[in-house]
Design a protein around this ligand. Structure first.
Ligand SMILES: C[S@@+](CC[C@H](N)C(=O)[O-])C[C@H]1O[C@@H](n2cnc3c(N)ncnc32)[C@H](O)[C@@H]1O
Length: 235
């Protein structure tokens, strides 16, 4: 599945990213486009950081509409932390152990209605597990779309960045490792946004919103490390 990198950071994951503007933007998109949804599914939910950020925003904006938030995450330790956090939330957050490939077959999810699908900073992990094959990654997403027909899909990806030389790539990975415990080659190991858009369009989804953030990276100006969040809606 993965090489243990997320087991290692299970206890500190949310703390590492607590102040990242990425989650503020993601929560705002979720509230804007899924604020009146009754059910969502998140894939690769880690320790519940996205649900927490959205729950916080809903509480501060007095949105108390009932929301069932299904979530799958392969790392059991993360799921256990997420379940503890669920107890403090107003939304009905239901994390369970599972991965993108098997998500729709899980008993908790199988018969559930889903208005929205959320996949945040996970697609590159699946892409790497599929030996950098976009088609195999898209097959995993397609399985969820065809089974669940979510009206709104929110995908947050780390940007592919082409143009660093070998030495810059080495430094990029080194600096990223200092920040988050592991690093990736930005030209090879991140998913291509254009291919993702073409794939989503081929599944009958159009882009209705998009935003981006840049993560500062020591020694790089401008920083090549950033994320893009895209909201797609079924046509
Ligand atoms: C960078 S974290 C992102 C977590 C969270 N969604 C966020 O936005 O912060 C990537 C997560 O994807 C999970 N993951 C790795 N492979 C996966 C797979 N095949 N299916 C679902 N989740 C996976 C990891 O365990 C990890 O929790």
């Amino acid at each position: 599945m993965n090489d243990g990198k997320f087991e290692k950071v299970a206890d500190s994951y949310s703390k590492m990213f607590y102040y990242s503007p990425y989650y503020t933007m993601l929560a705002e998109f979720l509230e804007k486009h899924l604020g009146d949804a009754t059910s969502v599914l998140e894939i690769g939910a880690a320790d519940g950081i996205v649900a927490m950020a959205w729950n916080r925003l809903r509480e501060s904006s007095s949105n108390s509409a009932p929301l069932t938030y299904f979530a799958v995450e392969p790392v059991e330790r993360m799921v256990n932390i997420a379940k503890e956090r669920a107890k403090e939330m107003t939304i009905n957050f239901l994390p369970t152990v599972g991965d993108i490939e098997h998500a729709v077959g899980l008993a908790e999810i199988e018969n559930a209605h889903i208005d929205g699908l959320v996949i945040s900073r996970v697609l590159h992990e699946v892409f790497i597990q599929h030996n950098l094959d976009h088609e195999r990654l898209f097959a995993d997403i397609r399985r969820v779309l065809e089974a669940k027909h979510p009206k709104v899909v929110v995908l947050g990806i780390v940007n592919r960045y082409i143009g660093l030389n070998a030495e810059e790539t080495r430094r990029f990975i080194e600096e990223q490792t200092k920040e988050i415990g592991h690093g990736h080659d930005p030209a090879k190991e991140y998913v291509d946004q254009n291919l993702l858009d073409v794939f989503m369009q081929s599944q009958g989804y159009k882009i209705i919103d998009r935003g981006g953030v840049t993560q500062p990276l020591n020694g790089f100006d401008p920083s090549p490390w950033g994320e893009t969040i895209t909201v797609y809606r079924a046509e």
